[in-house]
Design a protein around this ligand. Structure first.
Ligand code: GUN
Ligand code: ZN
Length: 477
């Protein structure tokens, strides 16, 4: 784990951390607004006022513009942008992926980033698009890795060096790429080549790609998700263990007249109300915003405020251990986001190992709650309950007669299933659940009951449930 990154608190695979750079320490997860040095829609000093701790800009764009280049070389990047906090610079790799070529050598652009004193410098990686033939993905990855080796070998000083992870949509390549990045040793580890996945709402593939990269990296490295700027994805990406995001979206969407929220995007044209209380939305009506000559920059300010606010919410959720609850609601923003969450659920076993054991009261909010790491963990623990004689499992108050005739009486609560009543007030069994369980919760609970029964072949069981007739038959082997 690089010594510039410290993890303070965890929830799922997400974490609160501190990334230390030559221009100060930022708390993560953090959103870095993208600053286009040609077109500063919001001035960096204003970005800071809005709550941005760190920025990202493009060293390639600066280096290709003689005026900007000279100014940056003369007074440094921070004076050029008028921002005294940490700044990350990208290398032009994205221009490479869009235009097919760039007018710069890998070491040259890295030296330039060093010369202008960027806090986090990025070598010129090759962003391989999704779904290319595996031979191409592997060949481009070899080239990226050669450049990363070269970059690291020549690196000295206090500036942080990033090691982008590529590998297209091949989880095995991504995992190997991440292992290589870990082995070479980088201060920040961006997952690259994912913008096309997000643009096409391919959240299931995004989850697979990020999870593969995390497996190769281990949990200690700070991870940047390149190009993740829509607030809708922050909770999901943070839950996977991403620590840094960059947003060009706030400006790009503003230019298109689109209003960002963590629960989706609106066209300003179609809005009658502004459901936000940032400084822009609280001082304009939808109509005033639409007809303002400053509408693009005002909209950009709202978009950024909404994005930064979502980051604060993600942080609070990690802090109190309720990131899963946020995921369940955010992943209902778009049907494909739900695919992303389901893909994350399929990794519940892995998540469960990282997740902390105790947190704030679990809320059962949707069928996705039945696949939470806590429920998976309980499914494993239930087999350890040792029972003998006659056992009653019930969700009703046992009678005096029951107390006399059973050796053990266990309570029953979907999605967990049977549990000793002494645990009723402890995490996670103190969960708030609906009065009427959904099918997923009941099935999970019955599956756990079956496990308990199988683990105790010498005992005899009776299952008695308020709303289920002949519950016994559901768990009979
Ligand atoms: N910006 C968006 N995606 C990428 C990527 O894969 N690499 C780099 N360097 N920048 C990006
Ligand atoms: Zn607003």
């Amino acid at each position: 784990m690089p010594d510039c990154f410290e993890i303070i608190h965890k929830d799922l695979a997400g974490r609160l951390g501190r990334l230390t750079t030559p221009h100060g320490t930022v708390e993560t997860p953090a959103l870095m607004p993208v600053v286009n040095p040609h077109l500063m829609m919001i001035k960096p000093s204003m970005l800071k006022k809005l709550g941005a701790q760190m920025l990202i800009t493009n060293s390639y764009i600066i280096s290709q513009d003689p005026q900007l280049r000279e100014a940056a070389e003369e007074k440094g990047l921070h004076a050029l942008l008028d921002f005294d906090g940490p700044i990350m610079t990208d290398s032009g790799a994205f221009q490479l992926s869009v235009y097919g070529s760039v007018e710069v050598q890998p070491l040259e652009i890295l030296r330039f980033q060093q010369a202008i004193r960027s806090d986090v410098c990025v070598p010129l990686d090759i962003p391989t698009p999704p779904d290319v033939p595996p031979e191409r993905a592997a060949a481009e990855l070899r080239e990226t890795e050669a450049r990363l080796e070269e970059a690291r070998a020549s690196w000295e000083g206090d500036l942080l060096l990033a090691g982008p992870i590529q590998g297209s949509t091949y989880p095995s390549l991504r995992e190997a790429a991440a292992r290589k990045v870990r082995e070479i040793g980088f201060d920040v580890c961006p997952v690259g080549g994912v913008v096309p996945l997000m643009e096409a709402y391919r959240y299931r593939d995004l989850v697979q790609v990020v999870a593969a990269a995390k497996r190769g990296l281990g949990s200690g490295a700070p991870v940047h998700l390149f190009g993740a700027g829509h607030p809708m994805v922050f909770a999901l990406a943070a839950a996977l263990g991403c620590d840094l995001f960059d947003s060009a979206a706030y400006a790009i969407y503003a230019r298109d007249g689109r209003y960002l929220t963590p629960y989706g995007t609106w066209k300003l044209e179609e809005m009658k109300y502004l459901p936000c209380s940032c400084e822009v939305c609280s001082s304009h009506s939808a109509e005033e915003l639409r007809s303002s000559p400053d509408r693009v920059s005002l909209l950009a300010r709202h978009n950024l405020a909404a994005s930064l606010q979502e980051i604060e919410l993600v942080k609070q959720r990690i802090w109190e251990g309720s990131l899963w609850e946020l995921l369940e609601s955010r992943c209902r923003t778009h049907p494909r986001m739900l695919d992303g969450l389901k893909s994350l659920e399929s990794m519940a076993e892995d998540l469960e190992k990282l997740d902390r054991v105790s947190k704030s009261t679990l809320f059962y909010l949707s069928p996705q709650s039945a696949r939470r790491p806590e429920v998976v963990r309980y499914g494993r623990r239930v087999e350890r309950i040792a029972l003998y004689g006659r056992v009653l499992i019930t969700d009703m108050r046992p009678s005096e007669e029951d107390r006399r005739s059973f050796d053990h009486i266990l309570s029953f609560k979907p999605p967990f299933g049977p549990y000793p009543h002494q645990l009723a007030e402890t995490y996670p069994l103190n969960a708030e659940v609906p009065l009427e369980p959904d099918r997923e919760a009941l099935e999970q609970a019955l599956a756990n009951a079956r496990k308990l029964i199988q683990a105790n072949p010498a005992a005899s069981f009776q299952l008695r449930l308020r709303d289920v007739e002949d519950a016994d038959s559901l768990v009979r082997p």
